[in-house]
Ligand binder design. Structure first.
Ligand code: PLP
Length: 415
């Protein structure tokens, strides 16, 4: 029996899988006896794979910081050049090639959940600032934004569960739009209730909900409509950020940019707990009047910042290769899903296979695990469920092709 427990797993057990990971390399995780092709990118964060070159670069930077004996700096009280270096590099990465570059300022977090927590607080401060009558937040059905109280309160995935906490739940739930009618329902909801709505928190592709992709033209209209009605748009790009959808971000292709973007996971290839919240000029000006009441001791952890700087440099240097590989990943997923006539959702390097029978989904995951392939499973409160794959963005196409052939064959056999 373990002397530790994993929150959200059964307290008597440790991790949900019995794999004892000893090391990793490239596309693979290793146990003492076997190697596994990781089609989950860790938990969607090791997007550059178990990447020796990146790790070595991080090591060199960490050495420098530790040689200077700075295990910790209090960002509330002191400054170090890396804070500004990273924030300005991230802003220019987000604004690059964009006609109207509105992103203005960055704050640092330790996780995606914390970033969403800040998003919820921004929403409430904004509602006060523009004198809204209420501060409801619109969220999508089956959304997942994390497990802190604020982030849980906007995660539809938890609502009505037997073991649900009493979160604020001050939300309006709308269906992710799949057609014009769906879009119009959302626009009507905004128009009718805008005096009571502070923000719309959006996963541009609902990751945990089963890779439900929202068409760019719908996102464009939603953002534009929200601007008209003084409703903040907060894009949770914790899972879609950093090329997962093919572009730098899911919002990159939009003319209308969200007011707030939340990032984590791939921001530093999962090396340390780290994230960022980026706000635009409009939000900045609103918040100038009132500080956000939020702080965590480890905000701006110096090693976290330096891991993110190293990862961002790597993304920029390898952008063409990453983008090309994501296109190839997408093509291969389409190819093998159609070869075996299996339905898929998602895009880029973020796909799900809806199966809607949890026992079957678990059986397929275990079969694949025994064959050396690791996939993720999703499950929603409306009983939809399936398999999700997030291959690393640089995965070997040959290895992926072999794995997809097995994966789709096994799914097809089970249907
Ligand atoms: C879209 C989205 N938002 C927020 C989170 C929460 O991030 P974290 O687990 O780092 O708190 C996740 C995690 O899976 C996510 O996918």
């Amino acid at each position: 029996m373990n002397s530790y427990f994993v929150t959200s797993n059964d307290i008597k057990n440790g991790p949900s899988s019995n794999l004892n990971i000893t090391h990793a390399d490239g596309d693979y995780l290793y146990t003492p006896s076997k190697k596994y092709l990781d089609l989950r990118s860790g938990l969607w964060n090791v997007s550059l794979g178990y990447n020796k070159e990146l790790t070595n670069r991080m090591k060199a930077r960490f050495d420098n910081i530790l040689d200077n004996q700075i295990p910790y700096i209090d960002i509330n009280s002191y400054d170090t050049p890396d804070y500004n270096l990273y924030a300005s590099s991230l802003l220019s990465f987000m604004n690059d090639g964009v006609e109207r570059s509105d992103f203005k300022s960055v704050t640092f977090t330790n996780s995606g959940s914390e970033g969403v927590e800040i998003g919820v607080k921004i929403s409430q401060d904004f509602a006060k600032h523009v004198k809204k009558e209420g501060n409801k937040i619109i969220v999508f059905k089956n959304s997942y934004h994390g497990t802190f109280f604020g982030s849980m309160s906007v995660s539809h995935k938890f609502f009505g569960l037997e073991h649900a906490y009493e979160t604020a739940n001050n939300v309006i739930i709308v269906d992710p739009p799949i057609n014009e009618q769906g879009l119009n329902n959302i626009l009507n909801t905004i128009e009718t209730n805008h005096l009571n709505i502070s923000s719309f928190i959006i996963e541009p592709i609902l990751g945990s909900g089963g890779s439900i992709s929202i068409a760019s033209e719908y996102l464009e209209e939603i953002v534009s409509f929200c601007k008209k009605y003084e409703v903040l748009t907060i894009f949770d790009e914790v899972s879609t950020g950093f090329y997962r959808t093919g572009n730098r971000f899911a919002h990159t292709s939009l003319k209308n940019k969200p007011n707030v973007v939340i990032l984590s996971k791939s921001i530093n290839n999962g090396a340390l707990p780290f994230g960022a919240v980026i706000i635009d000029d409009y939000t900045y000006r609103c918040l100038e009047k009132q500080n956000i009441n939020h702080f965590s001791t480890q905000s701006g952890n110096v090693l976290g910042i330096s891991s993110a700087i190293t990862t961002l440099e790597y993304y920029i240097e390898n952008e063409q290769q990453i983008k090309h590989n994501v296109q190839e990943i997408e093509k291969l997923v389409y190819l093998y899903s159609s070869k075996y006539s299996v339905e898929i959702t998602g895009k880029g390097a973020m796909f799900s296979i809806p199966i809607n029978d949890l026992d079957k989904v678990i059986r397929i995951r275990e079969t694949l695990k025994n064959m050396g392939i690791l996939v993720y499973i999703y499950e929603n409160i409306d009983n939809t469920s399936g398999i999700t794959i997030h291959p690393n963005l640089l995965i070997s196409q040959k290895k992926l092709e072999m794995a997809l052939n097995i994966l789709f064959r096994k799914v097809a056999e089970s249907l």
